[in-house]
Design a binder for this molecule. Structure first.
Ligand code: S3P
Ligand code: PEP
Length: 442
């Protein structure tokens, strides 16, 4: 768990959200744009890039691997692609900060290089499980080692040759799938990955846009390194995971209505809309044109009387990062909400089940952590002090709870909000949330 943040949010109770806004660029797509742009042939132009710490860690790592990247300037990047075999050894270990996506995707991309690399991160990232990528990569012939507990630092040594494998993933993880597909670009033969449930498909879509030899057939995705990868323009839509805080905030507020434009609406990411609608949320979706292979649209939300539900397990991977904020909706709903089949939440930036249950309890809500989920009884939310434990999504989820609480909420450990949502406080203030941010005594 990251506890290096000393930033504190204070949210006065009440208020409402209104206005029209655009949230920053999608984090998952931003990582992939830098990685694929770097190993393509030619110059890749990216717009809408997320200038948050996680995507910036990927960008800095690519620069350390010898790739020239101009920007970001107002979300624009120009990447001078070096081709699949053009990366150079980094002078030092690559520090990927708080970003699980960077570490897992780089482990696949770097496993097939002719040089060694070390991958490290912050306190939180150094505790997250990495065998889920290193084991299948080793089956492909990669020379990759974790620390004894299966965590980073990861040491990647040059492998004689990678070979394609046929791998059934035990968990529905887009990070594992993407790591293997990226390694597959360097392997002999075809690399085929089978998912137990649908997870986000940005890697497949972007590989297609860059001309790679990728095939999707139901739960199977496969790739070879045979086709040349050509530079492509990438337009990054707004991050639905960032929009989610406002979907919940506007639903639980006492009035107002909010419109979010140019949000990514890839169907492998919209589980949060389905779950909130099942709870009674009033979310209007207007689809726009697909932009550079990713569906986008406008979302309008107004307050609604929410009801507790049993969250369908098949929606879990489609809303995996949105559960902290969905739990706030559940706390404000009438009745009981139960989530099962979501043990993955225990190995994110924090143990999101334990940390959310503690915070909800501190605000007077009955929240029972389960091994693979949580049971939340909706009720009156009070003011109080909660700990975000350095987890960006937990900090922003509890910030929105201020709209429904009957007293002020103080949240400690909020510094990591910049990993996914730079400008969150300013955007939320502009929409009407009575939030302020200050440095707290460590
Ligand atoms: O591939 C990605 O960009 C991501 C995949 C998800 O992780 P898992 O693949 O581990 O579920 C998600 O939680 C993370 O924020 C981003
Ligand atoms: C889990 C997350 O990201 P990552 O795995 O990239 O750290 C997240 O952003 O909620």
């Amino acid at each position: 768990m990251a506890v290096n943040g000393t930033r504190q949010f204070i949210i006065e109770s009440g208020g409402s959200l209104s206005g029209t806004f655009q949230v920053p660029g999608d984090k998952s797509i931003s990582h992939r744009a830098v990685m694929l742009g770097a190993i393509a042939e030619g110059g890749t132009e990216v717009s809408g890039f997320l200038e948050g710490d996680d995507a910036m860690a990927t960008l800095a790592a690519m620069r350390a691997l010898g790739v020239s990247i101009e920007g970001p300037h107002a979300g624009r990047l120009r990447i001078a692609g070096v081709g699949r075999h053009g990366l150079k050894p980094a002078a030092a270990a690559l520090d990927l900060g708080n970003s699980g996506t960077s570490m897992r995707l780089f482990s696949g991309l770097l496993a097939g290089q002719r040089f060694a690399t070390q991958l490290v991160g912050d306190q939180s990232l150094m505790r997250r499980p990495m065998r889920r990528v290193t084991e299948p990569l080793s089956q492909m012939g990669a020379m990759i080692q974790t620390a004894a507990q299966g965590t980073a630092p990861l040491s990647i040594e040059p492998a004689a040759a990678l070979r394609g494998i046929d791998y059934s993933m035990p968990v529905a993880s887009a990070q594992v799938k993407s790591a293997l597909l990226l390694a597959g670009l360097y392997a002999e033969g075809r690399t085929r990955v089978t998912e137990p449930a649908v997870s986000r498909d940005h890697t497949e879509r972007m590989l297609q846009a860059f001309g790679a030899d990728v095939a999707v057939d139901g739960p199977h995705v496969s790739v070879t390194g045979d086709a040349p990868m050509e530079a492509a323009a990438v337009s990054v839509p707004g991050d639905i995971s960032s929009a989610a805080f406002f979907l919940v905030g506007a639903s639980i507020a006492g009035g107002g209505s909010i419109t979010l434009t140019h949000v990514g609406l890839n169907p492998t990411r919209t589980g949060v809309i389905d779950i909130l609608r099942r709870m009674g949320a009033r979310i209007h979706v207007e689809a726009d044109e697909t932009d550079a292979g990713e569906p986008v649209g406008t979302l309008t939300v107004e307050p609604a009387a929410l009801q507790g539900i049993d969250i369908p397990p098949e929606l879990v991977p489609l809303a995996i990062d949105e559960f902290p904020t969905i739990f706030i909706a559940a706390a404000c709903a009438t009745g009981v909400t139960t989530l099962r089949g979501a043990e993955e939440l225990r190995v994110k930036e924090s143990d999101r089940i334990a940390v959310m249950a503690e915070g909800l309890t501190a605000l007077g809500i009955e929240a029972e952590p389960l091994a693979d989920g949580i049971r939340i009884v909706g009720g009156a939310m009070h003011g109080g002090a909660v700990q975000a434990q350095g987890d960006h999504r937990i900090a922003m989820a509890f910030a929105m709870a201020g709209l429904a609480a009957d007293g002020a909420i103080t949240i400690d450990g909020c510094a990591e909000v910049d990993t996914s949502f730079p400008g969150f406080v300013e955007l939320a203030q502009g929409a009407g949330l009575r939030i302020r941010s200050q440095e707290s005594a460590a």
